[in-house]
Write a protein that binds this ligand. Structure first.
Ligand SMILES: [Zn+2]
Ligand SMILES: [Zn+2]
Length: 59
């Protein structure tokens, strides 16, 4: 899929994908193909980040 416009995260590179979760346009550096999400959503989807939910694991 190709989209037109700039990456809405860095606003300096042409967008390659649109995040299906939040709709953000993301360049290849800000789109996690493995997850199919933009960098923002990928960061939220990945455990072990700086959150208050260190003891909460939901599977
Ligand atoms: Zn970008
Ligand atoms: Zn997103």
């Amino acid at each position: 899929m190709s989209v037109s416009g700039l990456c809405q995260i860095c606003e300096s590179r042409p967008a390659q994908e649109r995040c299906p979760n939040c709709g953000t346009l993301a360049c290849e550096q800000h789109y996690e193909e493995g997850l199919g999400l933009c960098a923002d959503c990928a960061a939220q989807a990945q455990p072990g980040r700086e959150t208050d939910e260190t003891d909460t694991y939901q599977f």
